[in-house]
Design a protein around this ligand. Structure first.
Ligand SMILES: Nc1nc2c(ncn2[C@@H]2O[C@H](COP(=O)(O)OP(=O)(O)O)[C@@H](O)[C@H]2O)c(=O)[nH]1
Ligand SMILES: [Mg+2]
Length: 714
């Protein structure tokens, strides 16, 4: 059983940054320095404690966030080693959601890269304490001063050197802390020590008025005063210390470990994540505190289905204590779950623990039904913790099993994999019967396919999926339909009259809908309105005098909703409209739910087609990062994809970032094209922005393609 640690002594830390910056190597070195392992693991020979997965070994990069821990200097450090490829950003965001401190690792060879910025910003947006590690200083031809300038230009002046190496290159031996002016830094150090020191001092005291005052009047502050202020300045975001090191040669790692133990934010001071969260009910509420005395509240931030250990849900304890053999409530659905075993993870290895307190990171074993972002607590009176933000995946492929009959296995396996990764969605397209997986990129989905094969033993073929267009209407119209069949025995009879209206996209809730649209001043005899936020659709019962009996109204609504799903114009889901059913006819014997549903379906279709139907297309935000010499080529190519360039930024290191918006249909395969235009050196990230009306000419093409498809299927 592991020792219990006081919350003041816990440090939750995520290692983030660009791919191959050396995060995993750093994690291995930190474990070694803290004596958590006997031998330093290495990513290069497959002995890393962190990169422990088959696919990770094969690809030589991290795919998942790995959970590690070490004890040092009286502190308990939970270290989350996140993947650095933009393709696996979901896992990196999971890690950030569970910690107080983000360590952004930069390779001294490559400087600030696309994902360095992204992670630095994401950590900042979450209000985390941040530090930067410049790794690989043992490499040849490293120019540390210009690296630091590059970091400050890209990430801000708050980034200042905390220590400096005796030299860079293979001869690097140690690092010197810049806090103390009496430290003798050897002349081989490439850094201007006096300048670096004053930058550090200023960043530490910048947001400490009294100390700043003292510094300005007396010209100096003591090392002790500075040390006492570092943690606060990091938490305030005015200081982002830069640590120099070589993970591989294990230089500067010990100093980083010391600093993280000393200055890393303890969960007990992390008020930001608890802002506005209260516990209790019926007037006796109080602000949630990250203490052991509170009732237990925690959040699931990572889920894995391990071949050996089975289902593991990783929980960050926010307040109170979680003990094994206790029951907890999942606040998402009210379900009570029994926590059997609690585990502490060291990469792939796990050990049982009996309880976990605030700040602790533990895994609940073999409990199904927990999803990433779920809040679990002792009682329903606990606050629901905000969901971590994940980008909406936009890169889709349709899959079908290589072997007929494997459909069920494929679908079940994919759903399990999707539960582990918040940036994977699995959808079954009712119209085309396609099973579509959507992820961040080709590489991301390739890994999903490999895992499907490795873990579930099924292989799939992939093809281009349909773009998820949406249908809507611009005008309003009426539609009616009489459904009548007389085929011996009992007949079928129903008649439905309805009107269809466009519904503003500003409407988000039932209350909005009633205030802006579905009210008695517009619909005098309105009986009810059912609003669906998922499709921004409202169904209004405006029947007067029982022309459609009450018991058939739900069938009418069902018919309309079925058409919403199926689409009218080209087989895409309908959104942003309202239906008002105002008249109908029925027959005492022949009317039935089925008959009313059919009549509604056709009435909806007629009204929809008369109401100037239109297609909406998904517009995505693109962030394209290329060496500056390719900027012209990219900017020349984007307009051919109906893209709007919004701005461009030059980064140090002769890199340009271009922000643009474009229809997904035009850039669904941009990865390959970008590779071609930049000889494989460009990268990009894409996320859903919003839906927009498709230009008329494009709409015509899509609609006629859909007609051909329908004809083929019939
Ligand atoms: N020269 C040098 N190479 C390093 C250092 N740290 C990591 N590497 C190498 O960089 C590559 C990527 O390292 P890894 O830890 O997997 O990076 P990650 O993707 O950020 O986790 C590996 O080949 C490492 O051996 C270092 O300090 N110096
Ligand atoms: Mg890694």
């Amino acid at each position: 059983m592991a020792v219990k640690h006081l919350v003041e002594n816990v440090r939750d830390i995520a290692l983030v940054g660009h791919r191959a910056a050396g995060k995993t190597s750093l994690a291995d070195a930190l474990l070694f320095e803290a004596h958590a392992v006997d031998r330093m693991g290495s990513v290069d020979d497959g002995t890393s404690v962190a990169d422990s997965d088959e696919e990770e070994h094969r690809h030589h990069f991290s795919i998942d966030t790995h959970v590690l821990h070490a004890d040092h200097d009286g502190k308990h450090l939970n270290i989350l080693d996140a993947p650095g490829s933009p393709d696996f950003i979901g896992a990196a965001l999971e890690a950030l959601a569970a910690v107080e401190t983000a360590v952004v690792v930069v390779s001294a060879v490559n400087g600030v890269e696309a994902n360095t910025r992204k992670m630095f910003q994401e950590a900042g947006a979450l209000g985390l304490s941040r530090a930067i590690v410049v790794n690989k200083l043992d490499a040849e031809n490293v120019d540390l001063p210009s690296l630091v300038e590059g970091i400050q230009a890209a990430l801000g002046k708050c980034c200042v050197l905390f220590n400096a190496p005796d030299r860079t290159g293979p001869g690097m031996r140690e690092v010197y802390c810049l806090l103390d002016p009496r430290q003798h830094v050897p002349p081989t150090c490439p850094v201007d020590v006096a300048k670096a020191r004053s930058q550090l001092v200023e960043a530490v005291i910048e947001s400490d008025e009294p100390l700043l005052e003292k510094y300005l009047t007396e010209g100096k502050v003591t090392v002790a005063e500075l040390e006492a202020d570092i943690s606060r300045a990091m938490a305030a975001g005015t200081l982002v210390p830069i640590f120099c090191l070589s993970a591989k040669k294990d230089k500067g790692v010990r100093e980083l470990l010391d600093a993280l133990s000393r200055y890393g934010l303890s969960p007990s001071f992390s008020r930001k994540r608890l802002e506005g969260l209260t516990v209790g009910a019926n007037g006796s509420t109080h602000q949630l505190e990250p203490t052991e005395q509170e009732e237990f509240v925690g959040q699931v931030f990572k889920v894995v289905n391990d071949k050996f250990v089975g289902h593991l849900s990783f929980v960050r304890v926010i307040a109170g204590k979680l003990q094994h053999n206790h029951n907890v409530v999942n606040l998402r659905n009210g379900q009570t779950l029994r926590v059997g075993h609690l585990l502490e993870a060291q990469g792939k290895a796990t050990a049982q623990v009996s309880e976990a307190g605030p700040g602790d990171i533990v895994a609940i074993a073999k409990v199904e039904g927990l999803e990433i972002g779920d809040t679990i607590a002792f009682t329903n009176h606990a606050p629901k913790l905000p969901l971590p933000h994940f980008p909406t995946p936009m890169f889709g492929v349709a899959v079908e099993p290589k072997t007929r009959g494997d459909e069920q296995k494929v679908s079940a396996g994919l759903h399990k994999l999707a539960a582990e990764d918040p940036t994977v969605k699995v959808t079954h397209d009712a119209q085309t019967h396609e099973l579509v997986i959507t992820g961040v990129s080709q590489l991301h989905l390739d890994v999903i396919r490999e895992r499907l094969k490795a873990r579930f033993g099924v292989e799939v073929n992939t093809k281009e999926p349909k773009i998820p267009y949406r249908e809507t209407i611009v005008g309003q119209a009426e539609g009616d339909h009489k459904h009548k069949k007389q085929t011996g025995g009992r007949g079928q009879f129903a008649e439905v009259h309805l009107r269809i209206y466009p519904l503003s996209r500003d409407i988000k809730t039932q209350a909005d809908c009633e205030a802006q649209f579905a009210n008695k001043s517009r619909f005098e005899k309105l009986r009810s309105c059912h609003y669906d936020p998922a499709t921004n659709f409202a169904f209004l019962d405006h029947i007067v005098g029982g022309t459609i009996p009450n018991n058939f109204i739900p069938a009418v609504e069902k018919g309309c909703k079925e058409m919403l799903e199926r689409g009218v114009l080209a087989g895409y889901r309908v959104q942003d409209c309202a239906v008002e059913v105002h008249f109908g006819k029925y027959h005492d014997v022949d009317s039935s739910e089925a008959a009313f549903k059919t009549a509604a379906l056709h009435a909806f279709k007629k009204a929809f087609l008369a109401a100037r139907p239109a297609l909406l297309e998904p517009i995505v935000k693109l962030e394209i990062t290329v060496p500056s010499k390719y900027t012209g080529a990219i900017l020349g190519d984007l307009p051919t994809k109906r893209a709007h360039v919004e701005n461009q930024d030059s980064l140090p290191g002769d890199v340009t970032v271009i922000h643009a918006r474009a229809p997904l249909g035009e850039v669904a395969r941009y990865a390959a094209q970008l590779g071609g235009l930049t000889q494989g050196t460009g990268s990009f990230a894409m996320e859903l922005s919003h839906y927009e009306m498709v230009p008329a000419a494009v709409q015509q093409q899509i609609v006629s393609k859909a007609k051909v498809r329908d004809a083929e299927e019939e």
